[in-house]
Design a protein around this ligand. Structure first.
Ligand SMILES: Cc1ncc(C[n+]2csc(CCOP(=O)(O)OP(=O)(O)O)c2C)c(N)n1
Length: 187
């Protein structure tokens, strides 16, 4: 499964959600499907997308929050999983696209390429719902089930180590930040 196909498959289900992504390939691919005012691409702060999502989910409990994370990013902030589990906001859906590499900076392998299971780490940290998926069908099924369940969930989706054709955006960092802030204020 490619990450692009996975995000395309759930794109319509993001309409009413505040969406936070990591930087690089994930951000570029989601933008290539179509930017929306409710999408925030967290640039530079590697590992902290789930922490930003946690803050939004806790402060805006009526807003469903989706985080699109990466394996390298999660590994850089493993303590983030324990904090998610401690506060366990039911409105937070944490998706980790696991391509077993730091794709955006050249594709160096991460520990998931030698067997580390991020879903198992999330479960051991106390995240109440976790899932491992490696097909589009399973991803969509788990994504929809998590949205229905309304329980903090981490879905780890194994994806091919393929990035976007180009990292092109005409959306400035500050513009994205203020758009997203206005979106949250409107909810
Ligand atoms: C603190 C910090 N260290 C390093 C980087 C450089 N960097 C940007 S993206 C990236 C890789 C992210 O890997 P992953 O989360 O697996 O996502 P992928 O690129 O594979 O989609 C790195 C190392 C950064 N932005 N911040």
């Amino acid at each position: 499964m490619t990450r692009l196909d996975a995000m395309r498959a759930v794109y319509d289900r993001l309409e009413d959600c505040a969406v936070v992504t990591i930087m690089g390939a994930v951000a570029a691919e989601l933008q290539s499907i179509g930017h929306r005012q409710n999408f925030f691409y967290l640039q530079h702060a590697m590992g902290l997308a789930s922490s930003v999502g946690l803050g939004i989910a806790l402060s805006r409990p009526a807003v469903p929050v989706v985080v699109f994370d990466g394996d390298g990013s999660v590994l850089m902030n493993l303590g983030g999983l324990t904090t998610l589990a401690r506060y366990r906001p039911p409105n937070l859906l944490h998706v980790v696209f696991d391509n077993e590499s730091l794709l955006s900076v050249g594709g160096f392998p991460t520990a998931t390429s030698t067997g580390t299971s991020l879903a198992a780490i999330a479960a051991a940290a106390g995240v109440p719902r976790t899932a491992d998926v490696n097909t589009i069908e399973a991803f969509v099924t788990e994504f929809e089930a998590a949205q229905r369940a309304h329980v903090l969930t981490t879905i780890v989706a194994k994806v091919d180590a393929i990035g976007p054709a180009a990292f092109v955006t005409d959306l400035g960092l500050l513009e994205n930040r203020f758009q997203f802030q206005r979106y949250l204020q409107s909810r």
